[in-house]
Design a protein around this ligand. Structure first.
Ligand code: 9WN
Length: 443
């Protein structure tokens, strides 16, 4: 890409982030997502850190100010200035104020999201123009990030091997992925268990792009059962009908544990415990997720005691593990280059890398939320992993496609892998933030 073109896109990306800044944090998109989301905040901080250190730090510190006493970082931090009906489920639904662990005076959801924050904090430091200020920031957030990881180790390691389990599709970040279909299909919603509710999302996005009403009923039902148990961790582990070890969640967790070890070194603290945790997670990911027979990594359903043998972008994210064996790296690259993730017959400009789900699976859907479209955040995670393992040509192809998608359709929430049409939210923050990162690293 030419220097001027890159500069223009960088300026537009910054304008998106600045337009979504609330004074303390950044909303993902106007209308559709009017509060602060957890893993969005990490992606946004990484992008912002290339030009605005203070706001990047503040993004993460605002989120971490809402951390629960048990260490959980909630998946949404609600902005009290936003009218109640603007997002569902809002603070009146989650009722975090009824829970002893929740922070006082800040309304949040009662579940978490992929723990990318230690990685984001490290990158904010690495890109900082004022390193002293950034070191102070690391000193403030380190205990909170360590507590976040301790929470996952204490309360979510249901399998006992170090992997963290999620209790809701919203915790996966890939909410409506076909990965969760069988688990959700098994849910029995008792008559009368669901309140009447209004889907605010459909006022801002095309219903054909969003999850169905049947999926929403299941999301809401799960969240209600946790809320009614006041999000008590022990009850959750014993009873939650949805309990899954997600590949993406754990790959991000491992990447962040490595980052926390690096932060500990910068702060002159012992990185040993983090390195031990990383080694354990690495072993567990391989023994639980890697299927050498078929050459894929699959998640695991702890309630059903079975693997989740569906090929999605989640299976590619172990590339984030710096110690991933060469054989596994090769298998992932082969899968990415196969007709499952790269349309064979399509010419340039007709197909964009990487779909979020297997192009050849019967439940692939090119436009519906997480069931096939390209998302810039999952592309970015795979791009980082490919670069780390020296797969430069494939890394370049995906980086070029991220830029091409945004050039074609703007900073949309997600994109059609065939043709590149943009869907979901407009001026979407993590699309802008991660484009800034790609442009900063590659040009
Ligand atoms: C529910 C904000 C969030 C992302 C998720 C994405 C979507 C929310 C929703 O938007 O989820 O948490 O209302 O659909 O799936 O990954 O963090 O961008």
């Amino acid at each position: 890409m030419g220097r001027d073109k890159g500069k223009g896109m960088r300026e537009r990306a910054q304008a998106v982030l600045d337009g979504n800044w609330t004074g303390r944090s950044t909303i993902p998109a106007k209308g559709l997502y009017p509060h602060q989301w957890s893993w969005d905040a990490a992606f946004i901080a990484i992008g912002r850190s290339w030009y605005e250190q203070r706001r990047a730090q503040q993004e993460l510190e605002t989120l971490l100010a809402a951390q629960w006493a048990n260490g959980m970082v909630p998946h949404i931090v609600f902005n009290p200035a936003v009218p109640a009906g603007d997002y569902f489920p809002g603070p009146d639904f989650w009722q975090s104020d009824r829970c002893a662990n929740a922070p006082r005076g800040i309304a949040t959801s009662g579940i978490t999201q992929p723990p990318l924050h230690a990685r984001a904090a490290l990158e904010v430091y690495q890109h900082a123009s004022d390193r002293d200020e950034a070191l102070g920031f690391l000193g403030r957030v380190y205990p909170k990030l360590a507590a976040q990881h301790a929470y996952l180790a204490r309360w979510r390691d249901v399998g006992g091997d170090g992997l963290a389990a999620i209790v809701h599709p919203w915790e996966s970040g890939l909410d409506n992925s076909p990965l969760w279909d069988s688990e959700l299909d098994c849910l029995v919603i008792p008559p009368g268990a669901l309140p009447r509710y209004h889907r605010a999302d459909l006022q801002h996005a095309n219903a054909a792009d969003r999850p169905t009403d049947a999926a929403y009923d299941r999301y809401v039902y799960l969240a209600i059962t946790y809320r009614d148990a006041r999000y008590d961790d022990a009850t959750l582990l014993a009873n939650s009908p949805f309990l899954v070890e997600s590949v993406l969640f754990n790959a991000i967790y491992l990447w962040s544990v490595h980052a926390l070890a690096e932060i500990a070194v910068l702060l002159g603290t012992d990185p040993g415990p983090h390195r031990e945790q990383a080694a354990r997670l690495h072993d567990a990911m391989l023994s639980r997720f890697w299927d050498p027979g078929c050459g894929h990594l699959f998640g695991y359903d702890l309630r059903g005691q079975r693997g989740v043998p569906k090929d999605s972008i989640s299976s590619m994210t172990p590339l984030l593990d710096p110690d991933l064996p060469a054989e596994v790296v090769a298998a992932i690259c082969a899968d990415l280059g196969s007709p499952h993730f790269t349309a064979p017959a399509a010419g340039a400009g007709q197909h964009f890398l990487f779909p979020s789900y297997d192009l050849e699976a019967p439940d692939f859907d090119r436009r519906r939320y997480w069931r096939g479209p390209v998302w810039i955040n999952t592309d970015w995670l795979v791009w980082r992993g490919l670069r780390q393992h020296g797969a430069a040509p494939l890394a370049k192809q995906v980086a070029d496609d991220m830029v091409a998608l945004v050039e074609r359709s703007g900073f949309r929430e997600y994109f059609d892998p065939f043709g590149g049409e943009g869907y979901g939210g407009k001026d979407f923050s993590w699309t802008a933030a991660l484009l800034l990162d790609v442009l900063s690293v590659t040009s």
